[in-house]
Structure formats: structure tokens, C-alpha cells
Design a protein around this ligand. Structure first.
Ligand code: FO1
Length: 325
């Protein structure tokens, strides 16, 4: 087990990867891990380039994450963002903490000086030392927008708003009709991304949001084909336990694309590699063990294990279960 590649979104992907690293430290000490991260949540805010999922993975693996929140820094203050709000600028409902702002300022400084997002990410990782190679899915901007199905505040049905506004301001409780990844047409996989998929021994789809996180990475030209042709085994971990999203509002996203909120439905949504899909294996929680026969019948090797990512031992055990599968 020398090369492991993870396709990750934010909190779920970061926490799982932390467990994976802990497990590999004993099970396969010479393994190298590459994490390909969704950049569809990225945006320009207050003149700064915000990359929520890259920062969540970097902080989580680098020891700088606010553990309760799963994003941002611990012991944060909001003095600068309060001042920005006092000017009537920015998003008052989106917390840019003072410590977190330093990351956005340094990244934006690098981007304005001509660095690519990959180069800026590598620079930031020199400080945080996440213990993985952290790759944005693309160096070209790709932003997820959602189409509102109803009027709310200053928005009307049919309007598109940035995913983060839907997610943070409205907690995904406003009905949307579709997702649009803006910029995809001009996006290419970032340097090293396709190679990390093609040369991996194992590829893991962690319990990130299958629609707006994993789904966005899969939409980058060439990624899905690389996953289909790689010699690596592709194993996924269900983000749904007992018919409910483990975290975030994945159920709202799945509903929008017409996929049931169940471990079985998401596994079938990714599909069996033997049937042109992505998965060789799919790990579900013990409460969803009833789904195993249907998954096996669909050509997806499956098993049940505890999937609540309560702490590091739990995520380490999850990683062990994936590798055993
Ligand atoms: N999530 C929230 O629920 N509220 C916030 O105010 C918020 C601010 C924020 C700032 C920087 C950042 O990197 C992430 C932030 N997040 C916030 C989390 C973010 O919405 C999610 O991590 C992902 O976008 C969804 O996977």
C-alpha cells in the first residue's frame, strides 16, 4: 500500500483522512497520501479568495482546526470582520475570524503575485505540515451556485446564489432546483491530480458530501475517466447513516438531484466500477447492514462498520475497515 489518494470535501473528508493517516502510520508507514480537495465552495469575499474545503483539510491535518466547528481556527475573534460589517460590506452571516483571515490574506497575496492555487496551497502547507500532498481539484476557479426555488430576503425564485450563502446563511433549508458549477468549462485538473488517481494503489471517497463536494471533483474534466481506468481499488465510505446525513445537509443536496438519503442509494449513485461506475467497495454503518445484499448484487463489495466520526480512534478504525474491505 504505497500510494493512497483521497477525494475530499470539507469536514467529513478532513476528519476521515486524519483517521486514515493515524491508521497508515502503523499499518503502512511508508504509504504516501494525496488529498484532492473540492474547490467548488471557494469564493471572493472582501477582496480575499476563500477556500473553505482546502483550509478545513489543511487545518484539520495540521492541528489548527476548531474541533467543535470542524472549520476555522480555535480561540477565534471577529474584530476585523465586525469592522467590515460596520462598513456595510462583506457577509455578516459568514464568520471570517481574525486568525483565519491571515490565511486568506496570504493566499490572496500569493495569487495576486502570480502563484497558482496549487502553489499557494503548497506554500500554506509549509507552515501547517498536514502530512499529505494537498491538491486543489483545479487551479482554475470553479464555484458552485444553487438555483433558488422560492423567494427569500433580497432573492427571488430562479435566482442563483453562491453555495456558501445557501449553506451558511440559509442552512440549506431553502428549496433549490439545481446546482451549477460555474467555471467548469474552462477548468482542467490541477497538476498532479490525474496522476495521483492513475498511480494510486487505493483511492478513497470519504464521507464528504456526495453531490457538492465529491460530485464537484468528479465533474472536473478527466477525473471520472481517470477513476474508471485507474488500476487502483476505489473504496467509498457512506456519508449517510440510518437514512440521515451524518453532518451538514447532504440530504438537501441528494434530494435536489433525486437521490434518496440512504447508504444504499448513495452507493448505487456512485455505481459499481464493473458497471461503468466508480466503486469497487462501499462501507456502510452497522445500522445500514440491511443494504449489503443489494450492494453486493450491484457488484459493489460492501461491509458494515461503525461510521460515526466521534473521535480519532473512531476514524482510525473506519480507515482500518476501509483497508480491510
Ligand atoms: N460555516 C458556517 O456554518 N458558518 C460560517 O460562518 C462559516 C465560515 C467559514 C469561514 C471560512 C471557512 O474556510 C469555512 C467557513 N465555514 C462556515 C464552513 C464552510 O461553510 C464549510 O466548511 C464548507 O463550505 C461546506 O463543506
Amino acid at each position: 500500500m504505497r500510494n493512497v489518494t483521497v477525494l475530499a470535501g470539507g469536514v467529513g473528508g478532513a476528519r476521515f483522512t486524519r483517521g486514515l493517516l493515524a491508521h497508515l502510520a502503523t499499518a503502512a508507514p511508508d504509504a504516501a497520501v494525496t488529498v484532492i480537495v473540492n474547490t467548488g465552495d471557494d469564493m471572493w469575499l472582501d477582496g480575499l479568495r476563500i477556500c473553505p474545503d482546502l483550509d478545513t483539510v489543511m487545518y484539520t491535518l495540521g492541528g489548527g482546526i476548531n474541533e467543535e466547528q470542524g472549520w476555522g481556527r480555535p480561540e477565534e475573534t471577529r474584530r476585523a470582520s465586525s469592522e467590515i460589517t460596520a462598513y456595510g460590506r462583506g457577509w455578516s452571516w459568514f464568520t471570517l475570524g481574525d486568525l483565519d483571515l491571515a490565511t486568506h490574506i496570504v493566499r490572496t497575496d500569493l495569487l495576486r503575485s502570480g502563484s497558482t492555487l496549487s502553489e499557494a496551497t503548497e506554500f500554506l502547507c509549509r507552515r501547517w505540515q498536514p502530512g499529505v500532498r494537498l491538491l486543489p481539484m483545479s487551479d482554475q476557479p470553479v464555484e458552485t451556485y444553487v438555483c433558488l426555488d422560492e423567494n427569500i430576503d433580497e432573492h427571488a425564485a430562479g435566482d442563483y446564489i453562491h453555495f456558501e450563502e445557501w449553506w451558511v446563511r440559509y442552512r440549506a433549508r431553502v428549496a433549490v432546483t439545481r446546482f451549477e458549477q460555474r467555471g467548469l468549462a474552462n477548468a482542467v485538473a490541477a497538476p498532479g491530480v490525474l496522476d495521483a488517481i492513475q498511480t494510486a494503489d487505493l483511492i478513497v471517497l470519504p464521507p464528504s458530501n456526495p453531490v457538492v463536494s465529491i460530485g464537484t471533483i468528479l465533474a472536473v474534466p478527466g477525473v471520472r475517466d481517470a477513476l474508471r481506468s485507474t488500476r487502483a481499488l476505489v473504496a467509498g465510505v457512506s456519508p449517510i447513516i440510518g437514512g440521515a446525513a451524518v453532518r451538514g445537509m447532504a440530504d438537501a443536496c441528494l434530494h435536489t438531484i433525486g437521490v434518496d438519503t440512504s447508504a444504499l442509494a448513495v452507493g448505487l449513485h456512485y455505481g459499481a466500477r464493473s458497471q461503468g461506475g466508480l466503486l469497487d467497495a462501499w462501507l456502510v454503518d452497522e445500522t445500514d447492514a440491511a443494504a449489503l445484499p443489494a450492494l453486493t448484487a450491484a457488484g459493489i463489495r460492501s461491509a458494515a462498520a461503525p461510521l460515526w466520526m466521534t473521535d480519532l480512534p473512531a476514524t482510525t478504525a473506519m480507515a482500518a475497515a476501509v483497508l480491510a474491505l
